[in-house]
Ligand binder design. Structure first.
Ligand code: CP
Length: 313
């Protein structure tokens, strides 16, 4: 059983293999490799991109999709445990995509489920499918994953996408710059992870044009309101960094701005017209990355994808 629960469980070769699979799907997204399969999507937290791109990926591969987008309409509202829910849904589906507000929920589900579990985000912990689409996008825009200057900006405390990205990039000799206010600084455990794996990083509080002038990737994040126990604290930091178009004057020509989205106020709308903006294409890549993840979990190889004759052009 191949789960897709955390990104650190994948080595360099496996990540590059998944990227090659996603490249195949970008060329030909419609195939019938999952015909006859059922995919369940269980979302205990809101989502637009992750759920819809997973469901689109399943549909484009010929699978059928079941699930809920609001646990209140399921028997969770009657007190059914996560374990029982996962065991029940395993009776109906060949793989389960789940987003949960508790850190480690997907790992726990993977230990009780007889079918593969795909983590679509667990609390402030990890977002491995977002990470794969981020790697794919970085590779697509820079032509490589190696030796890049990656600037992570905003809520580095609660932003699960940046936590997964650090762990995946350890294979590719990055230099990270963490730009955050003290209240939202990168947690010690991820800085320790960097030190243990020889990942260079610097920390900044200033978010100014000269600070980001050497960036290859400027990865903006939203302040995660839903993770704050004290909303006054959120109010104090919510608009801490806003990227405006005039701040890009010193940027490298090939620098690209990524954001896992949704944005609230972190990127001014006039930045969308800048050649550096790439977050809409990044979200599109989620479809190809998630098609690759289904193949990984359901035992379909790159060779099978390349030899597939059911391509719908
Ligand atoms: N990037 C991301 O996880 O978006 P959604 O919350 O809309 O799924």
């Amino acid at each position: 059983k191949h789960n897709f629960v955390n990104i650190q469980g994948l080595d360099r070769e496996q990540l590059l293999y998944l990227i090659r699979m996603a490249q195949e799907f970008e060329r030909h997204p419609n195939r019938e490799l999952l015909k006859g399969k059922v995919i369940a999507t269980l979302f205990y937290e809101p989502s637009t991109r992750t759920r819809l791109s997973f469901e689109t990926a399943a549909n484009r591969l010929g699978a059928r999709v079941i699930g809920f987008t609001d646990a209140k309409v399921s028997s969770v509202s009657k007190g059914e445990t996560l374990k029982d829910t996962i065991l029940m849904v395993s009776n109906y589906a060949d793989a389960i995509v789940m987003r949960h507000y508790i850190e480690g929920a997907a790992q726990y589900a993977s230990e009780v489920a007889p079918v593969p579990i795909i983590n679509a985000g667990d609390g402030a912990h990890q977002h491995p499918s977002q990470c794969l689409l981020d790697l794919y996008t970085i590779c697509q825009t820079q032509g490589t994953l190696e030796n890049l200057n990656i600037y992570l900006v905003g809520d580095l405390k609660y932003g699960r996408t940046v936590h997964s990205l650090i762990m995946a990039m350890r294979h590719f000799n990055p230099t990270f710059h963490f730009i955050a206010p003290k209240e939202l600084a990168m947690p010690e455990e991820y800085k320790l992870y960097c030190r243990e794996h020889g990942i260079r990083f610097e920390e900044h509080e200033a978010f100014t044009p000269d600070v980001i002038a050497k960036a290859d990737i400027l990865y903006m994040t939203r302040v995660q309101k839903e993770r704050f126990s004290d909303l006054m604290e959120y109010e104090r930091v919510k608009n801490v960094y806003i990227l405006r178009r005039d701040m890009l004057s010193q940027a490298r020509p090939n620098m690209r701005i990524l954001h896992p989205l949704p944005r609230v106020n972190e990127i001014a709308y006039d930045v969308d017209e800048s050649p550096h903006a790439y977050y809409i294409q990044q979200a599109r890549n989620g479809l190809f990355a998630r098609e690759a993840i289904f193949c990984h979990c359901l035992g379909i190889s790159l060779e099978q994808i390349r030899n597939d004759r059911t391509i719908i052009r």
